[in-house]
Design a protein around this ligand. Structure first.
Ligand SMILES: [Zn+2]
Length: 747
């Protein structure tokens, strides 16, 4: 992609030469120099280790043990605690809290020296908006305060205000001290953005700065309807992005132009937004994204990591790196057991899902002393495999003709503090449904629909309610050029500040008009203030749906379970209604279970196609959100079926055979790379996976790119080759057995 500095472009070598490398280094015109030698650290450091030091570690840190570990997992970079919350070096600032056991030791400096000797990239790790009571007592004006003047605390630590001297002066001074003294390659920061959207700081610095910027007082409460709160949201975002830029100016000056300050990012945009970390602004200005997304959450599948990878790369581009801190301690159950080892299969399945979506390993340990030594073995085999095959795992372009759109605008200005149900669940529902049905897809930021359009056959707008006029225009151009569209819920009904429009901005494409009414609930029977009714509702197949290919596979039923929310819309004469609402009715006792209103004219699914334009499927019924929440099979199956119906060409990958799989297809010069991750496991949706369960045989069909005539498919995990045959424009092969994952190099 043009906006990115690709490694190949950086080197100025022919694309084919770079990709023909089987191992980590590529011979260039200068035979003594390799690709890895020449590329900047943020493009070549692909495996990381972090021993997250605690205050007592300086007393007992064993440099031999950790240097041996770096070697065993083939680490190319380390992240070493430096300063901020705790200094692990003799800082010259008396307000910079030194590790309790530091004594006269310079532990940070020792580890940096050791890592340099091992040829590793070094990032200095900071935690820069929290500190100890003694600093709070000495400098009370540095700290964030609630409306009553009470300091915000996190356990025994005090939260510094991002607008006060701690962040404006002290942190830059620390960055400068570390940058000049130790010359790290860059910096990370655990808590750089301070308080989030639910906590308004009322300290004097914020009061003054907000009045100067917005000519109003700070919002008295968290309320998205309150003009001052909305203004404070915008101002707070701008401040965090300004901190990002300011820290980079300091580290570039102090540590050299390649010394980037990288903060830390989460893998889900809504989590970034909650902390005022603007995902679009930050991922588009960062040369590498250091992802703090350490494990799945309870109830989540491993594939969530691949959703995260796709989402970050949708802004960052696919030729940059996204190392991800992977917890090797026991979590996500509560409490996390920070010193106990996670079972290897649990860590491994999370990591291979990430690798399938362009994430690089960053093995994370809490503390330098480990009583549970099993965690020092967890990553070794997988990390070595990664080292041997890294050329196939980076710098590649996804082959995915389905785009699923997201935006921080929708998360904030439509989500309004309830983004989990309004924005995140619909996106996750589409993502999970496509993954389950093995449809390769890519995340697309709503601002980038135009640039990505040529790669896409179908665009999905999962309740993308808040859209700018420009975003709507790009979608319209895409459909007018023949692209398929699947949209749900209130898509395009709000502008980019969350103000309701009179009608869907995309009403002409959807073939439906908004009426300002809805039926049913969003989040189950009672959980939401929007809820109404019991939720025991259905969708009925309308006459037009009986023979439609869009409902293929549902021939033996006249109804589908629903239980969600449906927008009441007025359908245009040219559009077809395939499903209608059966409103909710009692679900017990059995004698009382009968549909009070078995038929209505309320549309649940509308198909619209106009001459010359792409097919459009619009779901007033929120099946995407329902599937994200409940995983009712018919919901996911229908969403995937509509995507296939709307696509002008068949999706370019088919994988047949039993199992829960996550499939990803990429292009590199001269080859295709296919990941098949096997998530078939009794712990697929509940930690902890303790063993792996093989699947196979799997029959794979791939659309052959016109310029590629591959003759063999090498199995990068199992070894050997998978027999590969051509059938017209398709390639066919069989995977006899997949344990946790297989990666095929088809060349
Ligand atoms: Zn403040």
């Amino acid at each position: 992609m043009a906006r990115n500095l690709s490694r190949r472009r950086f080197l100025g070598v022919a694309a084919g030469a770079a990709a023909s490398a089987g191992r980590s280094a590529v011979a260039r015109e200068d035979p003594g120099q390799t690709e890895d030698d020449a590329a900047p650290w943020f493009l070549r450091t692909r495996r990381w280790v972090q021993t997250n030091l605690n205050e007592q570690d300086p007393a007992t840190y064993d440099p031999e043990l950790w240097a041996d570990y770096w070697q065993r997992v083939r680490a190319q970079g380390v992240i070493v605690n430096a300063g901020g919350i705790v200094a692990f070096y003799p800082s010259r600032f008396d307000w910079h809290h030194r590790a309790l056991a530091l004594g006269g030791r310079d532990l940070f400096g020792e580890i940096v020296t050791r890592a340099r000797r091992a040829g590793l990239t070094v990032l200095a790790r900071m935690d820069s908006t929290r500190t100890y009571e003694d600093v709070f007592r000495a400098h009370p004006d540095w700290f964030a305060r609630d409306a009553n003047g009470e300091p915000f605390r996190s356990g025994e630590l005090y939260t510094a205000c991002v607008n006060g001297p701690w962040v404006n002066e002290c942190i830059p001074a620390i960055l400068r001290e570390i940058g000049e003294r130790y010359r790290p390659d860059g910096f990370t920061d655990n808590s750089w953005s301070g308080l989030g959207q639910r906590q308004v700081c009322h300290c004097d610095h914020c009061r003054t700065a907000f009045r100067r910027a917005a000519s109003m007082d700070l919002p008295a409460r968290v309320d998205w309807d309150f003009p001052a709160y909305r203004q404070w949201i915008r101002w707070s975002y701008a401040r965090r992005t300004a901190i990002w830029d300011a820290c980079n100016r300091v580290t570039h000056e102090a540590g050299g132009p390649g010394c980037h300050w990288l903060g830390m990012c989460q893998g889900e945009p809504s989590r970034m937004c909650e902390d005022f970390r603007d995902p679009n602004a930050i991922w588009s200005r960062s040369p590498i994204v250091m992802l703090d997304w350490q494990a799945r959450r309870t109830g989540e599948g491993f594939q969530a990591n691949a959703i995260a990878g796709r989402t970050v790369h949708s802004v960052l581009g696919w030729d940059k790196l996204v190392p991800e801190s992977t917890a090797l301690y026991l979590g996500p159950t509560r409490p996390m057991f920070r010193k106990a080892a996670k079972p290897e299969p649990e860590a491994r399945l999370w990591a291979v899902c990430g690798m399938a979506a362009g994430i690089q390993p960053w093995w994370h340990h809490l503390g330098a002393s480990q009583d549970d030594r099993r965690q020092l073995r967890t990553a070794e085999r997988l990390s070595r495999w990664h080292a041997e095959n890294e050329a196939y795992l980076v710098d590649r372009t996804p082959i995915a003709t389905v785009g699923v759109a997201w935006s921080e605008t929708n998360i904030d200005w439509y989500g309004r503090g309830e983004s989990a149900t309004r924005a995140v669940a619909p996106f996750a529902g589409v993502a999970e449904s496509l993954g389950l049905h093995r449809v390769p897809w890519r995340a697309v930021h709503a601002d980038r629909v135009g640039p990505e359009a040529s790669e896409l056959d179908v665009l999905v707008l999962p309740n993308l309610a808040a859209m700018s006029d420009a975003q709507c225009a790009a979608v319209r151009r895409f459909v007018e050029a023949g692209g398929g569209l699947v949209a749900t819920g209130e898509t395009s009904l709000y502008d980019d500040e969350g103000r309701r429009r009179a009608d869907f901005a995309l009403a002409d494409l959807l073939g439906a008009h908004a009426t300002a009414e809805h039926r049913g609930s969003e989040v189950g029977p009672t959980a939401s203030p929007w809820a109404s009714g019991e939720g025991h509702s259905y969708l009925r197949v309308a006459p037009a749906g009986l023979k439609s290919p869009a409902l293929e596979g549902f021939e033996e039923t006249d109804i589908l379970p629903f239980g969600g929310r449906v927008e009441i819309v007025r359908v245009e004469p040219g559009a077809e209604v395939l499903l209608t609402l059966v409103p909710d009715s009692p679900q017990s006792p059995p004698e009382n279970v009968w549909m009070r209103e078995p038929r209505t004219a309320i549309p649940g699914l509308v198909l619209h196609a106009t001459a010359g334009s792409g097919r459009v499927a619009y779901l007033p019924a929120d099946l995407d959100r329902c599937f994200g929440r409940d995983r009712i099979p018919d919901h996911g199956r229908l969403v995937a079926s509509l995507v296939r119906w709307a696509s002008r060409r068949p999706v370019p990958l088919e994988v047949d055979g039993p199992g829960l799989l996550d499939c990803h297809l990429y292009r590199q010069p001269g080859r295709l790379v296919l990941h098949v991750v096997n998530l078939t496991n009794p712990a697929a949706f509940r930690p902890y996976a303790t063993e792996l369960h093989p699947v196979g045989p799997l029959r794979v069909r791939l659309a052959r790119p016109k310029d590629l005539r591959p003759i063999r498919a090498r199995r990068l995990v199992a070894g050997g080759e998978a027999p590969c045959t051509a059938d017209g424009d398709w390639l066919e092969l069989t995977l006899e057995r997949v344990l946790d994952h297989e990666v095929l190099a088809i060349e």
